[in-house]
Design a binder for this molecule. Structure first.
Ligand code: ATP
Length: 746
């Protein structure tokens, strides 16, 4: 083994502590759990599980065909167990108005009714409008909307699909709430939904009514009473992600909380990058599996998380994502006829509501913005209250808060903590990435979420490096406080518009070696800086590395980063990370968490860039973890990589963390030492004329000659938004760059 940094790299035998027993035990448990579930015997954490997929839905859940999804939506009522839609006014006395009545008293009735073809009556609009106190009505529907929203922790259109039973079919089985108080809090919804797939056709009205009428459903809460102090630790010290099992609060609805789900979603579904949560000494969280952003991160117990299909969710919802759920219905006025929780077809299709026709069709998705309701009845008549002017997904809404200079724009992606939007400062013309976290006052996970977010801010606000995403403040000169608006918390980050490495790989396929060298060199620079601050990232992978249009790479997502107090010391191991990128010592819980875990993950990321997949991706999650943790094998290294590339990967993937080089040492490795920068210099030379096409275009824009020369080297976005920050190479930097490119060609 070559020791190019002068350090012995003789391999030691890896720790042979085996996790076989543990995994087998878990596997056995999960298998049993699954069998129980299939036979209807399992009721694991019924309140935690948003929905459950049956054998059929499990297959379809992996379908990515929008048309298929739509077709399933349309055929929902045709399911074998589907019952005729209830007619209004048949049995008014049977309508439960309280939660207890719905959940207890009416339940047997409903089951009985389903056998005897008797159906619960449903309220007509006229009945609703004739209420003595419109506020009651509003309250009911507000309740429904809030609780639905809450149960999904999200309010963007993309989440509509999650709330839809079809969407649940599409991606559930592992779609669960996290067992958090929040999920318990929304038991009406989650538990109903959990059992929906098997029962929903039998009792759609039950779900509808319980959602609409539950007096227990939460109202919007005063956040401050529950997250009273949002001040992050002062600059003086680094903060670290807490080692609790609640590491990824906002993603709780998606977090599997029983082994059965692990099996459902990953092991038996054949999903290559299934999300896993392992039962470990600590916990894991965070995103981005190979297939979803942050969705295969670990958190404490051996669970598989259902992938959402991509680590970054497209800001433009696909057709299958456009079925508006309760939340979007409330906000957008769109109603999915088949949504049982919203009362969908049960109400509208057979009750001859005036706008029946409208409700038969799927409306276009609306952007993830909150549209003020024009009247107290807006909720109740949500189907007919589409905003007069459809908002484009990119259209900014009002400033997040009066003091904030950022306006929220389109959705960039979703992660563990919440959603990320483009932010725009109308005054300066700058953009940022706004991370939005929705907090629920009586939800322990929300507190954890806020805590982690603040720790991430505290961490990021201390870091200044070109290869680390920069934290911005919501307000001038306030650098460490997240902004709290209602029940939402915002932090503002440098906007890296190129997306993540994962997304680039998905869109364009594997990278060429030159790009890999360059990106790796930049990742290493960021890591070397981070490690010099005694901080370990713990979730290095393609989905957490952003790339700007100039090829500059930025480490992102510091939600799991940990500060190691004393250099060289390891912190107590937390089972954190994303399984395919996770170091053996983390899986085996054998030698604590130290900086070397990032080096292992870097090696996996290099392989990911070279092949589009992380190592051992041919194995299912548990098997992959077994491979990583227990085998002595190296993952397959593609032949097309240079010897330097292969050697670099081998160095990173040494099983004994002690033998792994440091980031600083790896910067001297030949694979990255001569990496050529992809970043185009900002040309200042008067003699370099732009191509004729560009010149003409620039002339057409009325830009003078001098400006035109520079314009040719800038992408329009950067020019428009970051002109004040445009990179200019000083003469010294230019000559340095030339020198480096010259010396590295040899
Ligand atoms: N600074 C940014 N610029 C551009 N896009 C971003 C930025 N930060 C995040 N995103 C987008 O938002 C998605 C989710 O962000 P991020 O992963 O940081 O969220 P998170 O809550 O920390 O989730 P997780 O821990 O699951 O990764 C990313 O995959 C990326 O597409």
């Amino acid at each position: 083994m070559r020791s190019w940094w002068g350090k012995s790299s003789s391999k030691k035998k890896s720790n042979k502590e085996s996790i076989i027993g543990t995994l087998h035990q878990k596997f056995k448990t999960t298998s049993e759990g699954k069998l129980n579930s299939r036979s209807g015997g399992s009721r694991r954490h019924s309140s935690d599980i948003v929905s459950e997929k049956g054998p059929q839905s499990r297959v379809e859940s992996r379908s990515t065909s929008p048309s298929k999804q739509v077709s399933r939506c349309q055929s929902f009522a045709d399911r074998p167990n589907a019952q005729p839609l209830p007619l209004p006014g048949l049995h008014p006395a049977a309508v439960g108005r309280t939660d207890s009545e719905i959940s207890v008293s009416t339940k047997p009735k409903l089951e009985k009714a389903s056998k005897s073809s008797l159906f619960l009556p449903l309220p007509r609009p006229a009945c609703i409008r004739s209420r003595a106190n419109p506020g009651d009505l509003d309250g009911d529907f507000v309740t429904a909307s809030v609780s639905s929203e809450s149960s999904n922790d999200s309010d963007d259109p993309a989440d509509s699909r999650q709330r839809s039973p079809l969407a649940n079919d599409y991606e559930n089985g592992t779609r669960t709430a996290a067992g958090s108080p929040s999920s318990m809090m929304f038991k009406d919804h989650s538990s109903d939904a959990t059992q929906t797939n098997s029962r929903e056709a039998k009792k759609p009205a039950n779900l509808s009514l319980s959602n609409r009428l539950s007096p227990k459903s939460p109202q919007r809460r005063n956040l401050s009473s529950h997250v009273p102090n949002l001040q992050v630790p002062c600059h003086g010290a680094f903060s670290s992600a807490p080692d609790s099992s609640l590491s990824s609060p906002s993603r709780s609805p998606l977090r599997a909380f029983c082994t059965e789900q692990a099996v459902n979603s990953a092991f038996w579904s054949g999903k290559p990058y299934a999300d896993v949560t392992l039962l470990g000494s600590g916990h894991c969280s965070s995103p981005g599996s190979g297939q979803n952003s942050g969705h295969n991160s670990m958190s404490g117990q051996l669970f598989w998380q259902q992938s959402r299909g991509s680590p970054e969710y497209s800001p433009i919802p696909s057709p299958r994502m456009t079925s508006p759920g309760p939340s979007s219905r409330i906000q957008s006025g769109a109603v999915t006829p088949i949504h049982p929780r919203a009362g969908g077809a049960a109400f509208e299709s057979q009750n001859s509501w005036p706008d029946d026709g409208k409700q038969q069709s799927h409306r276009l998705p609306l952007p993830p913005v909150t549209i003020p309701n024009p009247s107290p009845f807006a909720h109740s008549n949500s189907a007919a209250t589409s905003p007069p002017v459809p908002r484009s997904p990119g259209r900014a809404e009002n400033p997040v808060s009066p003091e904030s200079h950022w306006k929220k724009g389109k959705l960039l992606g979703r992660g563990t903590f919440g959603h990320v939007y483009v932010g725009f400062n109308s005054d300066s013309g700058e953009m940022c990435a706004m991370k939005e976290v929705t907090l629920f006052s009586d939800d322990a996970k929300s507190k954890e979420s806020a805590k982690q977010l603040m720790q991430e801010i505290a961490m990021l606000s201390r870091l200044r490096h070109p290869n680390i995403v920069q934290y911005y403040s919501s307000k001038a000169n306030v650098w460490i406080s997240p902004e709290q608006v209602g029940d939402k918390l915002y932090i503002y980050l440098e906007y890296v518009s190129g997306g993540s490495i994962y997304k680039l790989l998905q869109d364009y396929g594997q990278f060429g070696e030159s790009a890999i060298r360059n990106y790796t060199q930049q990742i290493l620079s960021g890591l070397a800086y981070l490690h010099s601050k005694h901080t370990v990232h713990r979730d290095i992978k393609g989905a957490n590395i952003l790339v700007d249009p100039n090829g500059r790479v930025k480490l992102a997502d510091f939600g799991m980063a940990k500060h190691i107090e004393i250099a060289g010391q390891s912190c107590p191991l937390s089972f954190k990370g994303s399984p395919y990128w996770m170091a053996p010592e983390v899986i085996k819980n054998s030698s604590g968490c130290n900086l070397a875990v990032d080096i292992w993950s870097l090696g996996c990321t290099v392989l990911e860039m070279a092949t589009t997949k992380p190592p051992w991706s041919q194995y299912e999650g548990v098997a992959a973890m077994f491979k990583i943790g227990n085998s002595k094998e190296l993952p397959t290294i593609p032949d097309h990589l240079s010897d330097d590339g292969k050697d670099f990967i081998r160095e990173c993937l040494q099983r004994n963390p002690v033998n792994r080089p440091t980031a600083a040492q790896l910067l001297d490795h030949p694979f990255v030492k001569c990496a050529t920068s992809l970043e185009r210099p900002f040309l200042e030379s008067e003699s370099s004329d732009p191509p004729p096409g560009v010149t003409n275009r620039v002339k057409a824009l009325g830009i003078g000659n001098g400006q035109a020369r520079n314009f040719s080297t800038l992408d329009s976005e950067r020019l428009a938004v970051h002109s004040s920050r445009a990179l200019k190479l000083t003469p010294h930097a230019r000559s340095l760059s030339l020198f480096l490119s010259h010396t590295c060609t040899h």
